[in-house]
Each structure stands twice: as structure tokens, then as C-alpha cells.
Design a protein around this ligand. Structure first.
Ligand code: ADP
Ligand code: MG
Length: 351
């Protein structure tokens, strides 16, 4: 009989953000050069002159990608762009990446070279140097971890905590496309598993498939904001769904938000896929993950500077904290904005 048996906590009870908080909350910053540590899209370090930005993401086989349908070259490209998105979210310019891979013997040299072709393509497109990395053996499939570095002028950094009441809430591009692509790929995979003679019918879905398999980071938006002399009051990238990111901004900025459902930017193909799956397209936009668009807030005085921009939608405004985070539905109802999204650990548990 074991005495003093400790009850162990299931990590699914905490969710991803709760877990990060539990693990890291006792760490205090000891270095005065640390301008921003844990809690934003990337850390900011004062290295003299420009600030240095650092961020890291890990992708694991079977959780973040499925090699039965993710072309390896695209996968290499995506692990880089997903990281760059966090550098852009700090209003920075990425400069270097470090790539860590864990590989099982199932993978051939040629397969790994395909991944590196994708990484190289991203380095060329986004003008990055591959500064190094690490390579280990894995017994449980493929892991890829990218650390990205960038730089930003000290007065140009955009944190999650700068949103102010009456600021306009803006989002780049369109939302929910990557999730639409994922649903199509999963459906076709099941069809193929049931009958390997069936060819997947993917050709009508190319845009959303690309959103899922080979996303871009919004370098162009950061450049446009700079050109137009706009410094967002806060910014975050949309990796876990719009609702989750609006809530992050509001929590960090101690404010509320009103988001208008009718303003959510949706591509027609995304809406068509949502209808095919009998899901409300707004749910895709609010809770679909991996769009890698930018969510930011601007002062109302900057409205004139972006109002003609096709690639930027104004979806609502920042309110007082007491008003909470609200979704104004198309029919005019006011609903609580909920991050049902992408909580990796909870999702696993529900399967
Ligand atoms: P993002 O979705 O923008 O990549 P995350 O939600 O993954 O951000 O992380 C939020 C914050 O928590 C970031 O500052 C990140 O560096 C930090 N973080 C995440 N996981 C860990 C960990 N295991 N140890 C320390 N910090 C972590
Ligand atoms: Mg982020």
C-alpha cells in the first residue's frame, strides 16, 4: 500500500494556456535587458540599438501535421511561416531561423531533403538566414521546432497589451480558410481509407487547401502599416482562432471588445465549405485555427489611412473592460465571444 499517494493533475484540466501559466508563473525576470518575456507572441530583448525578437514553435506529427496529406516541402515552408507570423505580430522584421528536428528511421534522406527545400524556399521569400539547429533521433514520428529571430525599433514594438477604449479592431486577409482546408483533407483521407481506389477530389478546393498546407506570414501588412505611418496600439497573430486572440488582447490590455459578425472577413470558398459541412461560416472565422493573419487595434485617427485597404477589415472596436468581449451577431443579438478554438490538450481529451 502506498502511503501519501499524491493525486496527479491531468493536463487536459488546465488547457494549453493554463498549463503554460502553471509551469512558468514562478519564473521572474532577472535580466534588465528582457523587455518582454513570457506572455506575448515573442520575447523582446534589448540588445542595444534595435530590439531583438525571439519566438519558438514546435510541430509534432499526428498533432500539427499529417504526412498522409501534407506534402513535406509545404510542411517545411509552413513551420517557418508560422513562426514568422509571431515576429510580424511584434511589428518586427525576421532575420534568422534555427531548425530542430527529431526524426524516426521511417524517414529517408530524400524525405528530409523535401522538408528542407520548403524551409529554404521560406528563407528565400522572407530573406532569412538559417543560423543552425539540432538533429535528434525520435521514436515517435517527426518533430520540427523552429526558433525565429528578428528585430524591431524600440518605439515600434506592438504588444498585446496596448489596446485602448474606442480603438478600431482590424484583421488582415480572411479567416477560417485553413480550417476549411483541414476539414476537406480529413474528409478525403477518410474516403481514401475506406476505399483506396477512390481518388481524392481536391481540385475545387485549392485556395483553402493552400491556406492549410502552405500559409504565408503577413510581411506585406507590416510593410503597409509602416508605409502609412500607422503603429497599431496592440497586435497578435491569429493562430488559435479570432475569438481566442481577441480575448488575449482584451485580457492583456484590460479592456473589452465588440466584434461584429457581419464584418468577419470570409473567403467565398471558406463559406462554401462551411455550408457543405453544415457549420455556420462565422464559426470557422471565430474558432478555426492556423490562419496566421494579424489582429491589431488602431487609434480612430488612423482610420482614413486604411479605409481603402482590401486586405484589412475593421471588425469592431475596443470597449471598457466592464463590457466584456462581445460578438454582435448578424441578427443584432449580443453574445459572449468564446474561445472554443484550438485548445490542443482539451481537444485531445475529447477525442
Ligand atoms: P503563440 O500562439 O503566439 O505562439 P503561445 O500561446 O504558444 O504563443 O505562448 C504564449 C507565451 O507562452 C509565449 O510567450 C511563449 O513563449 C510562452 N510559452 C509557451 N510554452 C512555453 C513553455 N513550455 N515554457 C516557457 N514559455 C512558454
Ligand atoms: Mg502568436
Amino acid at each position: 500500500m502506498t502511503k501519501n499517494k499524491k493525486t496527479l493533475t491531468d493536463i487536459s484540466e488546465l488547457g494549453e494556456f493554463g498549463l503554460i501559466d502553471r509551469l512558468t508563473s514562478k519564473f521572474k525576470s532577472r535580466n534588465e535587458k528582457t523587455i518582454m518575456g513570457i506572455g506575448d507572441d515573442a520575447a523582446i530583448i534589448d540588445t542595444g540599438g534595435l530590439y531583438t525578437i525571439i519566438t519558438k514553435d514546435i510541430f509534432s506529427e499526428g498533432v500539427h501535421f499529417d504526412i498522409t496529406y501534407a506534402p513535406l516541402k509545404h510542411l517545411g515552408y509552413k513551420v517557418v511561416t508560422a513562426n514568422l507570423s509571431d515576429i510580424y505580430a511584434m511589428n518586427g522584421t525576421p532575420t534568422h531561423i534555427f531548425a530542430g528536428i527529431g526524426v524516426s528511421s521511417r524517414y529517408s534522406l530524400e524525405a528530409l531533403e523535401e522538408i528542407y527545400k520548403g524551409i529554404k524556399l521560406a528563407c528565400e521569400k522572407y530573406e532569412l538566414d538559417l543560423g543552425g539547429g539540432d538533429t535528434i533521433a525520435s521514436k515517435a514520428g517527426l518533430f520540427i521546432s523552429i526558433t525565429a529571430l528578428g528585430s524591431v525599433a524600440p518605439d515600434m514594438v506592438t504588444y498585446r497589451n496596448g489596446a485602448k477604449e474606442h480603438d478600431l479592431i482590424c484583421v488582415s486577409g480572411n479567416l477560417g480558410g485553413a480550417y476549411a482546408g483541414l476539414l476537406i483533407l480529413e474528409r478525403e483521407k477518410q474516403v481514401f481509407k475506406a476505399n483506396p481506389d477512390m481518388q481524392p477530389s481536391l481540385k475545387d478546393y485549392s485556395y483553402v487547401l493552400e491556406r492549410q498546407l502552405k500559409p504565408e506570414a503577413r510581411k506585406d501588412i507590416i510593410e503597409l502599416l509602416k508605409e502609412r505611418n500607422i503603429k497599431p496600439s496592440s497586435m497578435i497573430d491569429i493562430s488559435d482562432g479570432l475569438a481566442s486572440e481577441v480575448i488575449h488582447i482584451c485580457k492583456n490590455s484590460e479592456c473589452g471588445a465588440s466584434v461584429y459578425e457581419e464584418k468577419l472577413p470570409l473567403d467565398k470558398m471558406t463559406a462554401d465549405v462551411a455550408h457543405e459541412f453544415k457549420i455556420d461560416p462565422s464559426t470557422f472565422a471565430l474558432n478555426g485555427g492556423e490562419d496566421y493573419e494579424l489582429l491589431f487595434t488602431i487609434n480612430q485617427k488612423d482610420y482614413e489611412k486604411i479605409k481603402d485597404q482590401q486586405e484589412i477589415s475593421i471588425i469592431g472596436h475596443i470597449t471598457n473592460k466592464s463590457e466584456g468581449t462581445k460578438l454582435i451577431t448578424v441578427s443584432g443579438n449580443v453574445a459572449e465571444l468564446r474561445a472554443q478554438g484550438w485548445d490542443a490538450f482539451r481537444e485531445k481529451k475529447n477525442k
